[in-house]
Write a protein that binds this ligand. Structure first.
Ligand code: ATP
Length: 840
């Protein structure tokens, strides 16, 4: 039996020699666990996942909703009101508090759940050996005793005792805070070695920055070191963003201003001889009405909806602030291969023995003809290309597909088209792997020959040759050109190869542009975003492909480290930069970019960890989708804010004005509380669900320094507040003068106020268009219907009449309500129209 949890925690694995670790873990360091062993252990220990991060119970989180200065004020005044005998008013205030807390709680919980779900979507994969076979599996399936292979770019999925390490370096900053990668080796250490010095261990949540190795899993899930520290690496950090913080501060300041005004109105009222209890109730209503309590929660909800919409379009947001930044992105730096192109390589041309051979056939099906036919020169060129290769091809129900690097798979296809057979490839003894920095790959074989393939100029250089015009010509046609060579008896190192390589030929392959990416690049350009191609490929190839996309700025043969410099340079010019990347060395640039974009399929774990956003389909069009949704999120935030602020302001102003003028209140405090309680959620929040306007991609990016509320929007807020105020006072006075009772006049005023709020909600569906060009917003329709239903209850239910001092109305007042609402709507639309004319 493997060790129990408690026993495993007792063992200091770094203090044991490898054979003992292997015995303890009941595994085999070469073949790993058997499937049967794995199944038993998995059933035993469960998935390798950290427990959910929230430690607080829902009761605590619900109570935390009450932890706001405003709520304290409300509770105190409700108590005072109750003590003064106004039980009904006091219970309405308590009702407001409870309803607000519940709504805030539900909204936050939903937003957090949506964000947590995203963490699961970016699953970490690891390479394990089981039954002697290597496989990629989700890290959640690791169990103690599993043998894990490590490679540069991997995230370590569980705590491992290393058994083999080759130049292995691990970034342990997630665990120790130390940002310099630590060199690792399997040597036994004293048992009392501190965590940060355990160089023979590799811990869950840390990242392989270079080299490789093999380790035995000794702890999973909560038993890992990171599990003990109880920190969930890779989760989106909370639901706070610069914007939500700014808004939270804004509403705090507003709260104090309003409380001051409320206190002032009590003093004025009392000095004027009004009874104190009435003034207190009025002041409370003023505060409740005027303070936009729902603002921070609504912002979080809007962001969360944006995140969910982006996820549906293959862009997974890892850090919430990215949602905001996406709306103001001005430059997108994108890779070529796989992001703009399909990464579906087909060898078109083989240049060997001084002859150009065109190769027919598309895709990875190994059938096609050489024209002119296959010569010995072509055979030896493609044999070398097949030898110096880690890829393969397989046929399944969807046809032929590459296994491994598509560039290499294309070479295998070409070799098979030339009639070569796998048995002709001599066995390999050692390899110098391909990397974007080295730009070539070399392998040594049993026949003591080193085969080389790589970027044309690199292999030519190793062959001691100069520039190749043929290579340039092929590249200028948009083909990816590789040179192939061999070096009999040479040493497997860059120095050993230099001058000893015999050039065997050039191989050129086609990688078709993704049609949807062509369209997406155009859409971004139309949206005022500059798209730049940053690629490791040859300048001529890059230029030819960029031309297909209408991309003008091309940086070719860019090494990953140079990407960081490019990002910084663009940022120094005041740009908001999105940068794609997939390798370990791309991480600094991804971290530095305003929006780091990692590839979900082709990318390394390191790149994903560094990124703000991960594309599940590696496709440029998903960046465009994210930008589009980012802009829509911004729109909806502004729509919500410009709806909520004037309605809140007007609710407060109605009471303040009446007190200051010493006039009869057109809307009573309880009624204000009612309006506030029902409309903020039923109406305002529905704007978070507004579909995006079709025009979002036909306007320039928002400057990041631009305040959320432009001057014209502030103008609108003041303007609408005045309309709402005037409507309620006007109608109230007019009703009284035409002989209505106070109750009836107030009921009409309340209904006019709510009617105008509904009308203004429709106005707010578009910030500056007369008619929104979006599809219907189902939630808005539901909200409006709900509000109308509630108003009817308020007006006609005897119980409500009693509670809220309302009275049933005949049909004429409803006509007034309707007319006034339509009028309010038209006036705001006229204002939009005037501003548009004025601007443009
Ligand atoms: N597996 C490989 N073996 C040998 N050489 C390769 C291999 N893959 C690519 N190359 C060569 O190295 C060059 C650089 O490749 P790299 O992967 O850095 O960038 P890329 O894939 O061409 O472009 P992008 O940065 O847009 O993804 C290629 O142009 C090609 O000539």
């Amino acid at each position: 039996m493997p060790l129990t949890t408690a026993e495993r925690e007792e063992v200091a694995h770094h203090g044991l020699p490898v054979p003992e670790v292997v015995v303890l873990a009941e595994t085999d360091q070469d073949t790993g666990l058997s499937s049967a062993q794995w199944r038993r252990r998995f059933a035993d220990v469960g998935p390798n996942e950290l427990p959910a991060r929230r430690g607080r119970s829902w009761v605590v989180r619900l109570l935390l909703q009450l932890h706001h200065p405003l709520i304290y004020v409300l509770l105190v005044s409700a108590t005072v009101t109750a003590a003064l005998g106004e039980v009904v008013d006091a219970s309405v205030v308590f009702g407001v508090v409870v309803v607000n807390a519940v709504i805030g709680f539900v909204q936050e919980a939903r937003a957090e759940r949506a964000l947590d779900a995203l963490v699961a979507m970016v699953r970490t994969e690891v390479t394990v050996v089981r039954d002697g076979v290597t496989a990629r599996v989700p890290s959640s399936e690791l169990v103690p005793g599993d043998v894990v292979l490590l490679d540069a770019g991997d995230q370590i999925g569980a705590d491992l005792r290393l058994v083999v390490a080759r130049e292995l370096r691990v970034d342990e900053s997630a665990l120790t805070g130390e940002s310099v990668p630590v060199a690792k080796n399997p040597v036994v250490l004293p048992p009392d070695t501190a965590l940060a010095d355990r160089t023979n261990m590799a811990y869950s949540g840390t990242l392989v920055t270079s080299g490789g190795g093999r380790g035995v899993v000794v702890a999973t899930a909560a038993e890992t070191e990171i599990g003990r520290v109880h920190r969930l690496v890779g989760s989106t950090a909370g639901v706070q963003t610069p914007l939500t913080r700014k808004l939270a501060r804004f509403s705090q300041v507003l709260t104090f201003v309003i409380i001051g005004l409320a206190a002032f109105s009590v003093v004025v009222g009392v000095l004027r001889g009004e009874p104190l209890p009435e003034m207190v109730t009025a002041a409370v209503a003023l505060a409740v009405g005027a303070i936009p309590e729902g603002l921070p929660a609504a912002v979080t909800v809007t962001l969360a909806i944006g995140v969910a919409r982006m996820a549906r379009r293959n862009a997974i947001i890892r850090r919430l602030p990215a949602v905001e930044t996406l709306g103001s992105t001005t430059v997108i730096c994108t890779d070529k291969t796989g992001t703009l192109t399909a990464n579906a390589m087909t060898v078109n041309v083989v240049l060997a023995g001084g002859v150009r051979h065109d190769v027919s056939g598309i895709g990875y099906r190994p059938e096609g003809e050489f024209a002119p036919g296959v010569t010995p020169a072509v055979r030896s060129c493609l044999l070398a290309a097949w030898a110096c290769n880690d890829a393969g091809i397989v046929e399944d129900e969807n046809g032929w597909a590459p296994v491994g690097d598509p560039t290499e798979a294309a070479l295998v296809v070409a070799a098979r088209k030339a009639g070569l057979d796998a048995s002709e490839v001599p066995a390999r003894v050692d390899a110098l792997p391909f990397s974007s920095e080295r730009m070539f790959m070399a392998t040594k074989h049993v026949n003591d020959v080193v085969y080389v393939k790589g970027a044309a100029e690199r292999v030519l250089e190793l062959a001691g040759l100069g520039h190749s015009e043929e290579a340039d010509r092929l590249a200028a046609a948009g083909l990816r050109v590789l040179a192939v060579g061999r070096a009999p008896g040479a040493e497997l190192s860059e120095d050993g190869l230099r001058g000893n390589v015999e050039l065997l030929g050039l191989v050129a392959m086609h990688d078709p542009a993704r049609p949807e990416a062509v369209e997406a690049v155009r859409a971004c350009q139309a949206a005022g975003i500059e798209v730049k191609m940053i690629t490791g490929d040859h300048p001529a190839t890059a230029r030819a492909i960029a031309a297909e996309f209408g991309i003008e700025d091309v940086r070719a043969r860019v090494a990953p480290e140079e990407k960081l410099r490019l990002v910084e340079q663009f940022q120094a010019d005041g740009q908001v930069v999105a940068m794609t990347g997939d390798g370990v060395n791309d991480a600094p640039a991804l971290r530095r970019a305003d929006i780091g974009v990692a590839m979900g399929r082709g990318g390394t774990e390191v790149a994903k960890q560094a990124a703000d956003m991960v594309l599940t389909d590696d496709n440029f069009s998903s960046i465009r989708a994210a930008v589009e949704e980012g802009r829509a999120v911004f729109d909806n935030l502004r729509k919500f804010i410009i709806w909520t602020l004037p309605t809140n302001m007007a609710e407060g102003l109605v009471i303040l004005t009446a007190i200051l003028l010493g006039a009869a209140l057109p809307i009573l405090p309880v009624q204000i509380l009612w309006i506030n309680m029902t409309t903020a959620v039923a109406l305002g929040l529905t704007l978070a669900f507004e579909p995006r306007e079709p025009g979002v991609m036909s306007r320039p990016p928002l400057a990041p320094s631009l305040p959320l509320l432009t001057r014209s929007l502030v103008g609108r807020i003041v303007f609408v507040s005045a309309i709402l105020l005037a409507c309620s006072f006007g109608v109230f006075r007019w009703q009284l003068s035409s002989g209505a009772s106070l109750e009836v006049a107030r009921t009409v005023a309340v209904n006019v106020f709510v009617g105008a709020q509904i009308a203004y909600l429709v106005n707010c569906r578009s910030l500056d268009r007369i008619r929104p060009r979006t599809g219907p917003n189902r939630w808005l329709l539901v909200g409006v219907a709900l509000t109308i239903g509630l108003q009817l209850l308020l007006t006609y239910l005897p119980f409500m009449n009693e509670l809220f001092h309302t009275a049933p109305l005949g049909w004429q007042p409803w006509l007034v309500v309707f007319m006034m609402s339509v009028m309010a709507y038209v006036v705001v639309e006229l204002d939009k129209w005037r501003r548009r004319r004025w601007r443009g």
